[in-house]
Design a protein around this ligand. Structure first.
Ligand code: 5AD
Ligand code: SF4
Length: 437
């Protein structure tokens, strides 16, 4: 059958879609890029904030006429909601007249059978049971071409941050074995990938038979020909010095650390169950910068967590000012069903206050990023070319090891190759320059 697979949400979903593609192709299905050509439309979905849910309901609405048309023609039309939203809402999703398949993140192996059953019986199918063991380690992902390969090293999360739905949608933490990961990395090098990103909901709590994330990344860094290694996302509580020294020691481990902070108020951090204080976080940042002075630091922030006052918010502003992140992803708190926060704390910060705080924090962060980027003026940076720049076919773009975007006039070099760029201009979002080699 022709199957359209759409991916929403985080990189973990991108990586999961690559596994889903393999599972489907192994059973003789073909992938297509248009719903009109598809007998099966699958959406790999996210549940992290309410707008992620809304997006999928909107997409299901759009598919309604196509569903009606297929029914009129007595042709099968399977519309599946997969991933985090599927796990989160399960049968509730079938109340939408278009969806007839719901499959959670640990049940993708069942997909071919479930699709067959729907085609044969025209019934609905729901498979959303979490596993403590499923890592899909034996399945080789069918990757979409690009310079980066996502490599899932662990799944699930045991942290139970009060705001977060992930422990409920992706279940308990489980790590793949080091040999299976190293084997995949070696194959990626052989296939020509210059960069891999090690993925997990909480990568630095990776643990397999006593071996830690630091052990894994040191072994990965020694694979001949592996030019760039990235990882996301770590939790501040699990950041060992051993990991920092590994990043400092191996030139192919990129000097970029994404370290979600969430709030600068100790009272809110405590309610969020983040298990660190603002002082501890700052201490970690200091250690990081002592061991890896050139590293860039990025973060995730939430504004408007229940009970957050202007004073709490000001503490967040102060901490962001103290840290000086290179980039920050800032979100309004969105209550998620079943989480600790939804159970214990009413969503009591007014929408206008959430909006006001996100705007102010974004403005502050933009100023910081602008000033930080300006420091790169006239410096030469090493760039891995990713492709054409958005604006203008005569420009290419790539990333520094610190994950800064660099735009430069088109060269004869291809995506996946490295160039040195002398920076001539900087903005909040990117560095601009000329290739000097
Ligand atoms: N509301 C808003 N943002 C959230 N995040 C996670 N859960 C929520 C929520 N309920 C943010 C966190 C996390 C990032 C991936 O999404 O900042 O680090
Ligand atoms: Fe990714 Fe979390 Fe969204 Fe699931 S809920 S897709 S793990 S961001």
């Amino acid at each position: 059958m022709n199957i359209l697979l759409e991916t929403y949400g985080c990189q973990m979903n991108v990586a999961d879609s690559e596994l889903i593609r393999s599972i489907l192709i192994a059973k003789g299905h073909q992938m297509t890029s248009s719903a009109n050509d598809a007998e099966v439309v699958l959406m790999n979905t996210c549940a992290i904030r309410e707008n992620a849910h809304r997006k999928i309901y909107g997409r299901l609405d759009i598919l309604r006429p196509l569903k009606k048309q297929r029914e009129a023609e007595h042709r099968p039309f399977v519309v599946g909601v997969l991933g985090c939203m599927a796990q989160n809402l399960k049968e509730e999703l079938l109340m939408h007249p278009v969806a007839n398949l719901v499959v959670g993140p640990d049940n993708y192996r069942a997909l071919p059978n479930l699709i067959d059953r729907i085609v044969q019986t025209n019934h609905h199918e729901v498979e959303a049971s979490l596993s403590e063991y499923e890592t899909y380690s034996d399945i080789a992902p069918t990757r979409i071409e690009g310079v980066n390969a996502w490599v899932t090293i662990m799944r699930g999360c045991d942290n139970f941050c009060a705001f977060c739905v992930v422990p409920y949608t992706r279940g308990r933490e489980r790590s793949r074995s080091i040999p299976s990961i190293l084997n995949e990395l070696e194959q990626l090098v052989a296939a020509g990938y210059p960069q891999v990103t090690l993925l997990g909901q909480n990568v630095n709590s990776y643990c397999h038979e006593g071996e830690t994330f630091a052990d894994l990344i040191v072994k990965a860094a020694q694979i001949p020909g592996l030019k760039r290694i990235r990882f996301t996302s770590p939790h501040p509580k699990d950041f060992s010095e051993k990991l920092l020294y590994a990043i400092a020691e191996y030139p192919n481990i990129c000097n970029h650390i994404h370290l979600p902070l969430q709030s600068g108020s100790d009272r809110i951090l405590n309610l969020m169950n983040r298990t660190y204080t603002s002082a501890e976080y700052l201490g970690l940042v200091k250690t990081i910068r002592r061991v890896i002075p050139t590293t860039t630091l990025t973060t995730d922030m939430i504004v408007g967590f229940p009970t957050e006052t202007e004073k709490d918010f000001q503490e967040t502003v102060q901490l962001m000012d103290a840290v000086q992140f290179d980039n920050a992803f800032i979100f309004k708190y969105s209550e998620r069903k079943g989480t600790i926060a939804a159970r214990d704390y009413p969503d009591d910060v007014a929408e206008v206050d959430k909006t006001n705080r996100i705007v102010r924090l974004n403005n502050i962060q933009h100023e910081i990023a602008f000033a930080k980027h300006r420091c790169y003026s006239w410096q030469t940076v090493r760039v891995l070319i990713e492709g054409s720049a958005d604006k203008g076919i005569n420009q290419q773009m790539g990333k520094t090891a610190g994950n800064l975007t660099v735009v430069f006039p088109k060269t004869a070099f291809n995506p996946g190759e490295f160039v040195s760029v002398r920076v001539t201009e900087t903005t909040t979002g990117a560095l601009y320059g000329e290739v000097i080699e």
